[in-house]
Design a binder for this molecule. Structure first.
Ligand SMILES: [Zn+2]
Length: 424
């Protein structure tokens, strides 16, 4: 693959050092970041392919740590419901989806993610992880997907077969180990209220045997806490702890309704957390106390959750929502910045998904997952960085270039706005 020089961009690397360059160049070759430096300082060959990013901001590709792509065609359903009745309505709608509907929804979701600068996503069903891996790879995006096992759905038992789910996951691992490096997998459970203690214990054990992460919705709202207390006499986090679900190989989504001590317990266990502010707000679940979580040492990534509870998959909007809600919750603008939100969508998101050795920052040797973004502000005031403009005025953001593994998936810079590059 020819070398590509990305030139003259405002650069936010999100790496350990040199986080910001007012005007910087990045050299990419064979899908890997080879050189980074101030404008005009890199050593490049004469036949290098150059893309001029003057006026644009170059960032690591955004990582959406939690979504459900097959629900993309259910936007707007249950608009005024809280989590449990909303999930019941979703369950009924999902029962009517056939494989064609799932494919259309998944493709629509992937396109929406790509258009908004997402280069890697973690999909949590309810449909097969193989669909997401195949369609994501076809679109050129990096995916993490897995089964979220269940044994019941709000009073109705669900026919489940953990042995079959484990076999299906093993099959996927074997299939993709011989192909493209874009997809990876986990094995999870939907939640504490839709999976029996035995199923949760066994699924967690199986994920360890397979060497995969365990993924779970946890403590999403007071409704969940009340239900788990009625059933088991303890809070969701304590129930999960007693079942042996909490360790450094577990990713939990939401954690809105947890105590400060429970945050400490999750941090001690090395559990990674995904924050989904828009979905939590829309369903009236509340606001996770992310500032406190991070102060207590928890690693937190950002996710949109499904388009059915959001109702979009735009990570710039999600970052804006995260900043605004944390500031509103704490009545303090100083404890959560635009850079914090970007960190939760790049390097910390990569750490949450166990991929920070490869992606999440613009650093030499990392894979070239990169995006170039325009802020359509008429004038940027002195002292306002491009990053502030991106996050606080997310409505005026336009993604102009998306690159995954050094391959251009969206190129509005050279094409003058014709847009998506054909996958292939
Ligand atoms: Zn979810």
């Amino acid at each position: 693959m020819a070398a590509t020089l990305l030139k003259s961009a405002e650069l936010w690397t999100m790496g350990e050092s040199n986080q910001y360059l007012e005007s910087g160049d990045v050299l990419v070759a064979d899908g890997v970041i080879r050189q980074i430096g101030p404008r005009g300082t890199l050593t490049v060959s004469q036949d290098v392919h150059t893309i001029d990013l003057s006026g644009l901001i170059l960032l690591p590709g955004l990582i959406n740590c939690h979504t459900h792509l097959s629900l993309t065609n259910l936007k707007g359903l249950g608009n005024n419901l809280s989590l449990f009745p909303w999930l019941q309505q979703m369950g009924a709608a999902i029962a009517h989806q056939d494989s064609g509907d799932v494919n259309v929804a998944t493709r629509a979701g992937l396109s929406e993610l790509l258009r908004s600068g997402v280069t890697c996503l973690c999909d949590c069903g309810p449909n097969g992880p193989g669909v997401v891996a195949a369609l994501g790879t076809e679109r050129g995006l990096r995916t993490v997907s897995g089964l979220m096992v269940r044994s019941s759905w709000f009073g109705r038992s669900v026919a489940g077969n953990l042995a079959g789910d484990i076999a299906a996951t093993e099959e996927l691992l074997t299939y993709w180990s011989q192909r493209s490096g874009l997809p990876s997998f986990f094995l999870g459970a939907h939640s504490l209220y839709t999976a029996s203690p035995d199923l949760l214990r066994n699924a967690k054990r199986a994920s360890r045997t397979l060497g995969l992460d365990f993924n779970l919705h946890l403590a999403e709202c007071a409704e969940e806490t009340e239900y788990i207390r009625q059933q088991y006499g303890v809070s969701p986090v304590v129930h999960a702890e007693r079942l042996g679900l909490l360790d450094e190989f577990t990713i939990v989504n939401h954690c809105v309704d947890i105590t400060s001590d429970e945050m400490g317990l999750l941090a001690d266990r090395g559990v990674r957390v995904v924050h989904c502010p828009a979905s939590n707000a829309k369903l009236g679940s509340g606001t996770a106390r992310v500032v406190e979580m991070r102060e207590r040492g928890l690693l937190v990534g950002l996710g949109t959750d499904s388009a059915a509870s959001n109702d979009d998959l735009n990570m710039f909007q999600e970052m804006r929502m995260a900043v605004l809600l944390q500031r509103a919750y704490y009545c303090d603008p100083s404890r959560f910045s635009a850079l914090d939100a970007l960190r939760m969508s790049t390097i910390d998101a990569a750490r949450v998904l166990g991929m920070s050795d490869r992606i999440g920052s613009i650093e030499i040797g990392k894979l070239a997952d990169l995006i170039a973004v325009e802020t359509c502000l008429p004038v940027r005031q002195r002292g306002v960085t491009g990053l502030d403009a991106l996050i606080f005025a997310a409505d005026s953001t336009r993604v102009r270039m998306v690159m995954v593994d050094g391959k251009l998936l969206l190129d509005d810079v050279r094409s003058g706005g014709t847009g998506l590059v054909q996958a292939g």
